[in-house]
Design a protein around this ligand. Structure first.
Ligand SMILES: Cc1cc2nc3c(=O)[nH]c(=O)nc-3n(C[C@H](O)[C@H](O)[C@H](O)COP(=O)(O)OP(=O)(O)OC[C@H]3O[C@@H](n4cnc5c(N)ncnc54)[C@H](O)[C@@H]3O)c2cc1C
Length: 669
């Protein structure tokens, strides 16, 4: 319901310090106006012009010209597709560029690294828009405001029979920076054994922890925080461009959740980003910079000075529909460019690549683009009357995601959580603080702390004596994470808490799923959650829920909680927090609870995985697609196996390493 204009509450705001204190009464709309105005002013002070020079004609290969990124007019970098005439050939691609499809987490790193060499022209085609214009990508706590917006692919899975037959929402970033422009900024290197397993089990020599660690370090610029436990400087990067550090930590997390985890046998781990791994409970490090703004892979790797490079072209609003192959002049099909559209169903354009095409469109769109281009399982291509370029049964298969159970919602004491910030009106003082000082609760990333455990460890409660199997990647690796979030984490944070209560969410996530699913054409996303043969994925999450109930009862945490009336109705809002005897809860009850509102933790990987041969993978150890020339994949889809944590840092490291490979292989350096 909208409030009549004249009744909208005015806000009395005081801000500033010392002699600069300002105090006054404002209408919420005025504050938003000020916020937007301030944001625009900040932008206009930057050296890089945000205006697109539509009138300028740009020729590739013509070095030294001036242009502004991002480009929006396809005629600056492509030709309208011929309605008839000869098929495209490599010869036709003579004047064109190497190109990257998708300016997401991986694409931004690649674009930046590959264009470091002035002799290499790099074209990036991004379906979404310019991140610099979107305030919600800057303010850490506001990332969920991007859900269902123009900057979100807004995907849904097909019905998941094992998850109450629900179609589940999958946000994915459609904007420069991709999902790194809309994610929760949890900075995690994951376990060393996650990558060592890629080598030992999946034959991906060269992609182990020791191979990737230098890339993780050299990209990072870590800012220590004197209020947080000391970090061993030698373990962290301090010369890179990706800003990491510690941001807002709510009191209930610091003084409630963290000691409660310690109480139940989860020891503190001050730095989960070292070779010793994630086990323990930690205040999450984030990719939020010292000004309190998201440091996405776009802001880190495509800042104005990189965007101003004369050899880098970043085109927005260019949705790539397929890769073009030369099958006449070369024995092997050879990727020579792509076809793309700027509007759905609109005119198609072609742009050719002299060196190669790199797909970085993410774990959903990369396999989809391969299929549309004629690379995939024979039956799938046939079903959609797509002429095969090369068949490969692994395209779109072995998709793995992290499933988050319906979390345990605890009623917290008034004022101890951040739920009030969901109200545009109540959030205004925090917004003003963020705009003026870059501090305050809006710099929270929601997932402020997390515990990483091995559920089969006998000191944990297990699920009615059913101990999950050990599917971790190694002795120091977890199979479960519990995020402690000072907010109602229901329906991706989109649902307001009951009666505007303060809610603390304990959310268990299965980190080593044995269930795997598929991506197929017409964007059919089927992660097949909780379908593994021995039902281990469910057992892990049930053990996780029982552990949450234990944390919830710890005296350290209880002091931040308010009681609710006892209620044993499993469908009531506060259950299981409200139940009379937590120990009497059955596995069946917990299992129902788990699936009712379980959701993705947004980490799909593996849908075009890496391996030695086409019989079990899509790309080889150089990220080149098996069976064709000139086509590489660098993004989350090439993970040979799911890792036990948050993937942005590993994806960036993969892209960083791949950029060196690419430069070497094409003698770009
Ligand atoms: C809501 C949310 C929260 C998350 N929280 C965290 C977190 O806290 N920590 C963490 O480590 N990870 C987190 N993740 C996961 C992480 O952001 C992703 O795993 C990562 O960004 C994937 O990188 P990518 O390069 O594979 O794909 P993306 O970053 O998704 O980039 C793909 C890019 O390709 C573009 N594209 C796609 N198709 C086409 C096409 N046909 N033509 C042109 N362009 C195309 C897209 O628009 C996008 O820009 C989260 C993700 C989400 C969605």
């Amino acid at each position: 319901m909208r409030m009549p204009r004249d009744q909208t509450p005015r806000l009395t705001i005081s801000c500033g310090g010392g002699s600069n204190v300002w105090s006054g009464e404002l209408h919420p709309r005025q504050v938003w106006g000020i916020a937007r105005g301030a944001f625009d002013r900040i932008k206009s002070q930057r050296p890089y012009s945000y205006r697109v020079l539509l009138s300028k004609t740009i020729y590739f290969g013509d070095m030294g010209r001036r242009h502004a990124n991002p480009l929006h007019n396809p005629l600056h970098y492509a030709a309208a597709q011929l309605k008839s005439g000869p098929p495209v050939t490599a010869a036709a691609a003579e004047r064109a560029l190497p190109m990257i499809v998708g300016a997401g987490a991986a694409g931004c790193v690649l674009a930046s690294k590959l264009s470091e060499d002035e002799g290499a022209s790099v074209l990036v085609l991004e379906a979404g828009g310019d991140n610099t214009k979107v305030l919600e990508t800057k303010i850490p706590l506001m990332f969920s405001k991007l859900f269902h917006s123009d900057h979100d692919w807004d995907y849904y899975t097909v019905e998941q029979p094992a998850v109450a037959s629900r179609r589940m929402y999958w946000p994915r970033g459609r904007i420069i920076g991709g999902s790194s422009s809309m994610n929760a900024m949890m900075y995690h290197h994951c376990s060393a054994s996650d990558f060592d397993e890629w080598v030992s089990v999946h034959g991906c020599t060269g992609w182990g922890y020791e191979d990737l660690a230098p890339h993780l370090r050299c990209m990072e610029k870590f800012t220590p925080n004197s209020a947080r436990p000391a970090i061993e400087a030698a373990n962290r990067g301090n010369a890179g461009q990706w800003q990491t550090g510690y941001s807002w930590l709510s009191q209930i997390v610091e003084d409630g959740f963290l000691p409660a985890c310690d109480d139940v046998g989860i020891p503190p781990n001050s730095d989960i980003n070292t070779a010793t791994g994630s086990l323990g409970v930690t205040r999450f490090q984030t990719f939020i910079d010292s000004k309190g703004q998201r440091s996405s892979l776009a802001t880190a790797f495509l800042p104005p000075k990189v965007m101003n490079r004369p050899n880098l072209y970043v085109a927005c609003g260019a949705y790539v529909t397929k890769v073009l192959f030369d099958r006449i002049n070369n024995k092997k099909p050879t990727a020579i460019g792509v076809e793309f559209q700027t509007t759905q169903g609109g005119e198609r354009y072609q742009v050719h690549a002299k060196k190669e095409v790199i797909l970085s469109a993410g774990a959903v769109n990369t396999p989809q683009t391969l299929l549309l281009s004629g690379i995939g399982p024979e039956q799938e291509l046939k079903k959609h009357s797509i002429a095969p370029v090369i068949t490969n049964d692994n395209v779109g298969k072995q998709l793995k995601d992290h499933l988050c159970s319906n979390g345990v919602l605890c009623k917290a004491k008034t004022g101890s959580t951040l739920d009030y910030l969901a109200s545009d009106v109540k959030a205004i003082p925090a917004l003003v603080q963020w705009l003026l000082f870059g501090t305050g609760p809006l710099t929270s990333n929601v997932g402020e702390a997390a515990a990483f455990v091995r559920t089969f460890d006998h000191k944990f409660p297990g699920s009615a004596g059913v101990i999950p199997k050990n599917y971790t990647s190694g002795d120091q690796a977890p199979d479960l994470e519990i995020i402690g979030a000072p907010i109602a984490f229901i329906h991706h944070g989109e649902e307001r808490p009951l009666d505007d209560a303060n809610v603390f969410s304990l959310a268990p996530i299965g980190l080593r799923p044995q269930s795997s699913g598929t991506i197929s054409l017409k964007t059919i996303i089927d992660p097949r959650y909780l379908t593994d043969d021995d039902d281990n994925d469910r057992k892990v999450l049930l053990a996780g829920l029982r552990l949450c109930l234990k944390i919830m009862r710890s005296p350290a945490f209880q002091k931040y909680l308010d009681p609710v009336p006892t209620n044993d109705d499993t469908s009531s809002y506060w259950w299981p927090y409200s139940c009379s005897d937590v120990d009497a809860i059955t596995d069946e009850q917990l299992s129902r609870y788990l699936v009712e509102r379980a959701f993705t933790l947004y980490h799909p990987v593996g849908s075009a995985r890496m391996g030695q041969t086409s019989s079990n993978s899509v790309v080889d150890l150089e990220c080149l697609v098996h069976g064709v020339d000139g086509l590489r994949i660098v993004d989350a889809s090439i993970f040979p196996e799911q890792i036990s944590g948050h993937p942005t840092a590993p994806i960036a490291a993969i892209a960083h390493k791949a950029s060196e490979m690419i430069r070497r292989s094409h003698s770009v350096v």
